[in-house]
Design a protein around this ligand. Structure first.
Ligand code: GDP
Length: 191
């Protein structure tokens, strides 16, 4: 199933967010966890750029999906390379203000690198999502890099902090999890 998606705008600060008139699915997680790869895999085309791309790091990138019936928002990731205090503040401002006030946020997708499970900034995001009573799912990325034993360990580590919520194992290499992520998105948008 091909889903149409196009880049809409890049918002370096909350005042650049588009009008909240369309449901949004937000991708959250550390830099390099695989957010742009997830979006590109979901739509079967390269619409999103890696956060390693200069200039993309600290902005929230908005994508129009299915002719504008909903949007995907790639929120800036935390923790890639060394960042200055101003950069951390910029990241906090944009992500926090998004989670705090975005009335059209329908679903948060919290991406964890399956090899690392929870890192401090992931737990912070999780707390924010729960505190602001946002609906979210956890997607464990790069599962193709784990053998069965490592995957079991990863599952235990993820479940320690997230005992019963929806957890999707994802690989852009094998396509594992693509269907599940779409099903979760459609289910949420149709509610
Ligand atoms: P972002 O910073 O969160 O947008 O992360 P990217 O999507 O740019 O991914 C960071 C790196 O991880 C890139 O080199 C990707 O090719 C790689 N990557 C992302 N997802 C997967 C995956 O499912 N499997 C493997 N093996 N590599 C992945």
């Amino acid at each position: 199933m091909a889903v149409a998606a196009e880049f809409m705008l890049s918002a370096p600060r909350p005042e650049h967010f588009p009008k909240p008139d369309t449901p949004e699915v937000a991708l959250l997680g550390r830099s390099n966890v695989g957010k742009s790869t997830l979006l590109n895999t979901l739509v079967g085309r390269k619409v999103a750029f890696s956060s390693n791309t200069p200039g993309r790091t600290q902005a929230a990138n908005f994508y129009r999906v299915e002719g504008g019936s909903f949007r995907v928002v790639d929120l800036p990731g935390y923790g890639y390379a060394k960042v200055s205090r101003e950069t951390v503040e910029g990241w906090k401002q944009i992500v926090e203000s998004y989670l705090l006030s975005r009335s059209c946020l329908a679903l948060g997708i919290l991406l964890l690198d399956s090899r690392r499970a929870w890192m401090e900034s992931d737990l912070l995001l999780k707390e924010w999502l729960e505190f602001h009573q946002r609906r979210y799912v956890v997607v464990a990325t790069k599962v193709d890099k784990l053998n069965q034993k490592e995957r079991n360990q990863s599952q235990r580590a993820i479940r320690e902090q997230y005992p019963s919520g929806e957890l999707i194992w994802f690989s852009a290499v094998t396509g594992q999890g693509v269907k599940e992520v779409w099903q979760t998105i459609w289910k949420t948008l149709n509610q």
